[in-house]
Ligand binder design. Structure first.
Ligand code: GUN
Length: 279
């Protein structure tokens, strides 16, 4: 029988544990989210982050800049936030408009306040197999979800489809640190199905309908990180859920799988950064 990896329930459990912890803190952490432009998906994500933070008692500040903002203004704001003692965590919502150098912006965030774990220091620590200040939220959420269901990672062949800095690359390192055997596939991979069929754990993070039933071996674990609206306006993931679910041992749904876990891990990272400043 296929087991659904229920990210929503686990999110609720994690948030309630975080709330209990936060209730005992005299001072609360502050999360700043910088949003540039009017990307509708980003606006929804940022709003969710703000609402979730506030429900836990985390102070939440959203700074919204117009699409044509100058890079220097963003850099100056980040430097100001880096120095502000009351600011715990800084997140710059991606994607950024093309005229802004994403890497320059991320490099400016202080690693101690880098709640995404995307700065070169934190990324470098992860790739060294050493502890960063925090781990990137989506990969951390995926591993937390797999751990909740006691899915073994050691020695397993994990195939990741997608090589982004947000998911594919950091997830590959986190799985390696857990002794999985990891293959990363991407848009130029030849014979994708031949590789995905060898996966014990298949993780798709592409944002397009690509993974069908004929691309995996039976009883594999399937994690769907993709999320987009299809031609009928329905929210869906990369995996053909209806046909894949019956042959998988575990599968994460969209919505209700990885998405809620990402938000939970953002809250957990904010609290971790806060606890490190207290220490
Ligand atoms: N855009 C999509 N996912 C993410 C994320 O995890 N962090 C940031 N900063 N932007 C995103």
């Amino acid at each position: 029988m296929t087991i659904i990896l229920d990210g929503k329930s686990l999110r609720n459990k994690i948030l309630s544990e975080l709330k209990n912890k936060l209730d005992k803190f005299e001072k609360k952490p502050t999360l700043v989210v910088i949003l540039v432009g009017e990307n509708p998906a980003s606006k929804i994500y940022v709003n969710n982050k703000k609402k979730t933070a506030e429900s836990l008692g985390i102070n939440s500040i959203v700074i919204n800049y117009p699409d044509n903002i100058e890079e220097n203004i963003l850099l100056t704001k980040i430097e100001e936030l880096n120095k502000a003692p009351d600011i715990t965590a800084i997140l710059v919502q991606l994607p950024l408009p093309k005229h802004i150098d994403k890497s320059k912006i991320i490099n400016t965030i202080s690693p101690q306040k880098d709640v995404d774990g995307f700065t070169p220091y934190n990324f470098g620590r992860l790739f060294e197999g050493e502890e960063p200040f925090v781990y990137p939220c989506t990969p951390k959420g995926i591993i937390r979800l797999l751990d909740e269901y006691k899915i073994p990672l050691e020695g397993q062949h994990a195939v990741i489809v997608g090589r982004s800095n947000i998911v594919g690359k950091p997830l590959s390192q986190m799985l390696l640190n857990r002794n999985a055997t990891v293959t990363i596939c991407h848009s130029r991979t030849k014979n994708l199905a031949e590789i995905t069929k060898t996966a014990d754990i298949l993780i798709s993070a592409v944002g397009g309908k690509i993974i069908g039933k004929n691309m995996l071996k039976s009883n594999c674990v399937v994690v769907d990180v993709g999320i987009f609206k299809d031609e009928n306006g329905k929210t869906r993931g990369d995996i053909d859920f209806k046909n894949v679910a019956p042959v998988a041992s575990y599968i994460s749904p969209v919505p209700g799988g990885v998405g809620p876990m990402t938000i939970a891990m953002l809250m957990s990272n904010t609290v971790e950064l806060f606890e490190k400043t207290i220490k």
